[in-house]
Design a protein around this ligand. Structure first.
Ligand SMILES: [Zn+2]
Length: 684
């Protein structure tokens, strides 16, 4: 899978909630006059480690009552102006946003299991009230009477989105149908929570009897995995344990064992949960008048329909096939040097072989590279890059955090604090397993600063000098890009346009572009240093760049396998779907690596909950990112003038304009496939 991302609240919420939430998102725009949030002050944000689950839940309940009362207040409400109506919605949204964000974060990261459980219940409460708001005929009727001619441009857009989302939520159905929709939304949220929880807590471990089995792995990895009292070495499916084995372990049987454990996380529990989730979403889509859930969920995205998404996937597949086939043959030939009888490359062999080829053909040795990436240096390097490019300052923020390893910072522009963030960067028992940004508080002009958290699983938890893979550095920068998007877009008057609330299938574009900087020699030279203090040699970065392209075709095809799985799980009646057969068939269509019998990767494919049908988003965003990056290539990667223009035209507007316009504003022309295609045309 790929880096997760985006508004984690959406990752966590079921579609129906996202539905309601998107209403909420849309619900904000506007009032360019008058501070809109006077009526309700959101509760102060506190994140203490010793948070008492009961006290937290009482706070949740109290906000729940406030929102319920606000909702009740719409009956018979006669707003003095149209603006007053929009403001009232905006105010209510602010509380929902905070409680849903906090619940989403706590349920995934809080070290106290009771708090995690309380957060799940709290989330469910707010999902219920969000659904009530989304289905409120009273509010919808009042909105229909708003005279849009009297609104400013932003409020016009706000109103349009509101009406669109009300229609999408099923507000115009009869009461019995609306009750059904509400029940379905709640069920979908609960199933989504269960899916995530099983995955979060369903990590697997394998036992090794001898250190000999770790042959090929770096010394610091072996050091971290000493035999226990029984003489066993324990390797988990957490990323810092998993990735190095896949890349470096000479022992094919070990890689296969760990791969099988990894691809079987949360199975069998999540098979049933996913099937129920698919069925409920299908039922919801049907009630709302859509043929299937994929049609419903793509309607308000850049791509607009599942047909367009499928066409896009197939178009990219055709582009990537020649390169992927060539790369596969290179891998197979290399494997045959180890095992002359090999007739195919298996999924657990590809990373290892790829590393060998990069080392032998391009003299790129990942183990040599990683010595330049101690965690602490990487973090400082990313901070410095941000400060140089965007002319901002990052400094520690004195506040309580939910775990001793979690650090807090604030970001200043011209000596003014413009946002705050937490970094929760290392694995823990029961913590979220991927890398993602979690919104905590949306930035509202003159009211509140944006606050967000990065939740990742990098080495460095026990010792800040633990080494990261170069790919980890790339992930770090990617997630940090999401954070910057949130922090640089905190000056909206309506929450609907704040932060990363742009079309969902655009959200990954700015970050995938930012990943390019970890391939830039000048940028790397500014922070990548080994223990002796030696800077990463330019000659090594050159080789890394040459080796980088190897595997691009295969990677693209594998991403398409994920995208097609996500789409095809939701674009038909789930009664017709056998998950095992479907995923095996799609893997055979898009990936040259065969499906490994007996594994059930869909049980831990977290995106099937949060992203549902729209995993294509990553590839779609990459097309746009490649195009935007070409502008930096022309003008200089660390050119502050281009960076500032980019910040102003693409990041700061948040959702206040269609994404297609943001890109056009920055490029001075519509985006094209050219840069992306060029990258797939390179041969080795
Ligand atoms: Zn992302």
């Amino acid at each position: 899978m790929t880096k997760c991302s985006k508004m984690a609240q959406k990752l966590l919420m079921s579609a129906a909630v996202a539905l309601v939430f998107s209403f909420l998102l849309a619900c904000q725009l506007s009032a360019s006059t008058a501070p809109s949030v006077a009526a309700i002050e959101p509760a102060a944000w506190e994140m203490p480690q010793d948070l008492d689950a009961k006290a937290y839940f009482l706070n949740c309940e109290s906000d729940f009552k406030r929102v319920t009362a606000e909702l009740g207040g719409f009956t018979g409400f006669k707003p003095a102006t149209d603006l007053a109506l929009l403001n009232k919605l905006n105010n209510m949204d602010l509380i929902l946003d905070q409680q849903l964000s906090r619940a989403g974060l706590y349920s995934n990261v809080h070290p106290n299991k009771e708090v995690r459980s309380a957060a799940e219940v709290c989330e469910q409460r707010f999902v219920e009230v969000s659904t009530d708001i989304g289905l409120s005929r009273t509010i919808y009727d009042q909105l229909q009477h708003v005279d849009s001619a009297k609104l400013n441009l932003t409020d016009k857009r706000y109103l349009e989105h509101l009406l669109r989302d009300y229609r999408r939520s099923g507000v115009d159905k009869d009461q019995a149908t609306r009750d059904k929709i509400k029940k379905l939304s709640e069920d979908i949220n609960l199933l989504g929570q269960e899916f995530e929880k099983n995955y979060r807590e369903g990590g697997k471990k394998i036992e090794l009897s001898s250190v000999q089995e770790l042959k090929g792995l770096p010394a610091d990895y072996i050091e971290r995995h000493k035999p226990n009292a029984e003489g066993k070495i324990i390797i988990s499916t957490d990323t810092p344990d998993y990735m190095p084995v896949m890349q470096y372990a000479k022992n094919d049987a070990l890689r296969e064992r760990l791969y099988r454990a990894y691809r079987d996380m949360a199975y069998p529990d999540n098979k049933r949960v996913l099937e129920n989730l698919m069925a409920k979403r299908y039922e919801l889509a049907q009630i709302l008048g859509y043929p299937n859930y994929a049609t419903y969920v793509t309607e308000d995205k850049m791509i607009q329909s599942p047909q367009n998404a499928q066409e896009f996937i197939d178009k990219v597949s055709v582009l990537a096939t020649p390169l992927a086939q060539q790369e596969y043959q290179v891998l197979l030939k290399r494997l045959q040097k180890i095992n002359p009888k090999a007739t195919r490359v298996d999924d657990w062999q590809k990373m290892y072989l790829q590393e060998l080829i990069k080392k032998e053909k391009y003299q790129v040795d990942a183990q040599q590279i990683r010595q330049y990436f101690p965690f602490a240096k990487v973090q400082q390097g990313i901070f410095d890059l941000t400060q140089t490019m965007f002319g901002v300052t990052i400094r520690p923020w004195q506040t309580e955090t939910w775990h001793p390893s979690v650090k807090a910072f604030e970001i200043l522009d011209k000596n003014q604090v413009i946002g705050r963030f937490y970094l929760d960067m290392h694995p823990r028992e029961g913590k979220y397993k991927h890398a993602a940004q979690f919104g905590i508080q949306s930035g509202i002009k003159g009211v509140q600063l944006p606050i967000a958290a990065l939740v990742c699983n990098f080495p460095g938890g026990e010792n800040p000098n633990e080494l990261m893979e170069h790919s980890d550095v790339e992930t770090y920068l990617h997630e940090f890009g999401h954070l910057l998007h949130t922090l640089f877009s905190g000056e909206h008057e309506r929450i609907a346009f704040s932060g990363t609330r742009t079309e969902w299938d655009f959200v990954e574009a700015p970050l995938q572009m930012l990943e390019e900087w970890v391939w830039d020699a000048e940028t790397l030279a500014s922070f990548a240093r080994n223990q002796k203090g030696e800077v990463i040699p330019t000659s090594l970065v050159k080789k890394m760049r040459a080796g980088r392209d190897f595997g691009r075709g295969l990677w693209t095809k594998h991403q398409l396998f994920y995208a097609a799985t996500s789409l095809n799980v939701y674009n038909k009646n789930p009664a017709e779907i056998d998950l095992d057969k479907l995923t095996a068939k799609i893997q055979a269509t898009y990936s040259p690596f065969g499906y490994v019998d007996g594994t059930h990767f869909y049980a831990s494919f977290g995106h099937l909950n949060g992203y549902s049908a729209i995993y294509y988003t990553y590839m779609w965003s990459l097309v746009i990112a490649s195009d935007m990056f070409s502008e930096f290539e022309k003008q200089g990667l660390r050119n502050p003038e281009v960076a500032q223009r980019y910040r102003k035209m693409v990041l700061a507007p948040g959702g206040s304009k269609d994404a297609v316009e943001l890109v056009q504003d920055f490029l001075g022309r519509p985006f094209s496939f050219d840069a992306f295609t060029k990258n797939l045309e390179k041969t080795h």
